[in-house]
Structure formats: structure tokens, C-alpha cells
Design a protein around this ligand. Structure first.
Ligand code: SAM
Length: 292
């Protein structure tokens, strides 16, 4: 029987057989520790009823572990050089399929509908390419693809920002953007030694469970996110100053902003980083009256 792909020796053998060289620009840091992979798949609660979606299969280390437990795995890989390798390494797994595509350009909804026709439970599981972590997560969430959740490896520093609570220095517009759609939790801190090559930064695995509906109901979603971004414009400034400086025509509308803060019962001297998602929701609905 073949050894798992994610062992230092088997990975070395595969890379050598195909003369593969890593492209740093594509965030290629492959996992070489089966134990870590098992734990990632455990956190995703994959069963034989689950359809798993992977972004960036590399040489198939995680794909293999997903294929062993899921009903089907669909993996998006941008690097053409990996396709013949994956055809080889994944040949024992008839339930694994690789699509050669930049996930950021993919029609995800259409593809998932087609590929997972009779599968209800969908989960994204990936060791993400770090240079595009945030755009990938935002695409998955904003396009509202019908998944139960997302379990991904990423930079620890980004995981800290995503899962941050109000009143901490990590809390910001990324925390709110992600927690608006999901319940976020860091489930593992991962040492550099489990990758080949080792990345320059520390890593973590985060679990995002999709909320049945967003964390707060707002009248205008795009405006809500505009208010959030404006509030974090300069972190050391008060919420009032940030809104005045960063909302369109904020200076002329200072009195309206003060009024909206007062109606939403938010002290204008507070900083954006202390406001909960619910408070941002209340505030954006009040501000909408004068910014519509
Ligand atoms: N899953 C493998 C593992 O854990 O060993 C590889 C993970 S590696 C961190 C990231 C993978 O994503 C690489 O295979 C890279 O080629 C691929 N990738 C990078 N950008 C991508 C994109 N925009 N769309 C799809 N795949 C991408």
C-alpha cells in the first residue's frame, strides 16, 4: 500500500519524480504532516455524506485525506504544472476531481450546483495560498455559496484578526466582514515545521460556521460595510471623527452624524474598535437616513 502523500519522504519522492519547483508567488507551502491533516479534517466534521471543496490542492496532501472521508472532493488548482502530478497521486481516489482554475475567477455557485447535485452538506477545507487569503474568504462569503462552513489554514496574524472580539487591537473591518456571515473560531495553531518549504509566518486553522442569517439585520448591507470601514479609518481617532472624515460629505453632515450616534446610543468619543456588530448595525441604519 502507498504511504500517505503528506509525509516528508513521499512528498520528496513526488517532487523529485516530476522535477517540481515551488512557486513562491503562488503561496506554495505543502503540508507534510498527516497528523495535522487528520485534525483539520476532524474540525470540518466531514462524513461520507459531505461534499468537500478544496482550494489549492498542491500535490494532493489534503485532498487525499478528504477523499478518504467525504463523498466527493472538488479541488481548484491554478498551477497547470500540478495537474499531471495530481492525476497520479490521486489516482486511487475516484471521488476526487481537480479543476484547473483560479478560484478567484471561478463561477463557484454554478460549478457547485453541477458537481454536488445530490449532496446537501458542503464544506470548504483548504490550506490557503497566503498571498490571497482575504480575497478568497470574501469571495466565498459574499457569493453566499451554500456551504455549512469553511475550515482553512492561514497566517496566524490573519486568523487573529478574523476571530477578534470588540475592544481588542486585532478587531477591525475584517473581523466584522467575516463575523457578519459566520461564527469564527481559531481551532489550531500550527508550527512552521509541518510545511515544505516552511513559510515565513506562523500559521493557524480557523473554523467559520455559516450563520443561518447575518449577525445583524441592516437596511443597506453595502452602506453598513462602508460605515464599518469609515469607522476604522484611523484607529486612534474617535468614531465621530472617523465618520466625519471618511464618509462622503461627512464634514458637511457632522450634525447628522452626531444625531445618528445619539439615537443609536453610542458615545461619540468611543473608538470604532469598541463597537459590536450589532452597534454598527444600529448606527448604519440611523446614518442611512441622512446619507441615502
Ligand atoms: N493543499 C496543499 C497542501 O496542503 O499541501 C497545497 C497548499 S499551498 C499552501 C496553496 C496551493 O494553492 C498551491 O497548490 C497553489 O498553486 C494554489 N493556488 C494559489 N493561488 C491559487 C488560486 N488563485 N486559485 C487556485 N489555487 C491557487
Amino acid at each position: 500500500m502507498l504511504k500517505d502523500i503528506a509525509t516528508p519522504n513521499r512528498t520528496k519522492e513526488i517532487l523529485k519524480k516530476y522535477g517540481f519547483t515551488f512557486k513562491k508567488s503562488l503561496g506554495q507551502n505543502f503540508l507534510i504532516d498527516t497528523n495535522i491533516l487528520h485534525r483539520i479534517v476532524d474540525h470540518a466534521e466531514i462524513t461520507e455524506e459531505t461534499g468537500a471543496i478544496e482550494i489549492g490542492p498542491g500535490i494532493g496532501a489534503l485532498t487525499e485525506q478528504l477523499a478518504k472521508r467525504a463523498k466527493k472532493v472538488l479541488a481548484f488548482e491554478i498551477d497547470q504544472r500540478l495537474l499531471p502530478i495530481l492525476a497520479d497521486t490521486l489516482s486511487p481516489y475516484s471521488n476526487a476531481k481537480v479543476i484547473h482554475q483560479d478560484v478567484l475567477k471561478a463561477d463557484l455557485k454554478g460549478t457547485l450546483e453541477q458537481e454536488f447535485e445530490n449532496i446537501e452538506d458542503l464544506m470548504v477545507v483548504a490550506n490557503l495560498p497566503y498571498y490571497v487569503t482575504t480575497p478568497i474568504l470574501m469571495k466565498l462569503l459574499e457569493e453566499q455559496i451554500p456551504v455549512r462552513g469553511i475550515v482553512v489554514m492561514l497566517q496566524k496574524e490573519v486568523a487573529d484578526r478574523i476571530a477578534a472580539k470588540p475592544g481588542t487591537k486585532e478587531y477591525g473591518s475584517l473581523s466584522i466582514a467575516i463575523q457578519y456571515y459566520t461564527e469564527a473560531e481559531t481551532v489550531m495553531i500550527v508550527p512552521k515545521t509541518v510545511f515544505n518549504p516552511q513559510p515565513n509566518v506562523d500559521s493557524a486553522v480557523i473554523r467559520l460556521l455559516r450563520r443561518p442569517k447575518p449577525a445583524v439585520e441592516v437596511q443597506d448591507e453595502a452602506f453598513f460595510f462602508q460605515v464599518v470601514r469609515a469607522s476604522f479609518g484611523q484607529r486612534r481617532k474617535t468614531i465621530l471623527n472617523n465618520l466625519v472624515n471618511n464618509l462622503p460629505n461627512g464634514k458637511q453632515k457632522k450634525a447628522d452624524i452626531e444625531q445618528a450616534l445619539s439615537t443609536a446610543e453610542i458615545d461619540p468619543k468611543r473608538r470604532g474598535e469598541t463597537l459590536s456588530i450589532q452597534e454598527f448595525g444600529k448606527l448604519s441604519d440611523q446614518l442611512l437616513k441622512s446619507f441615502r
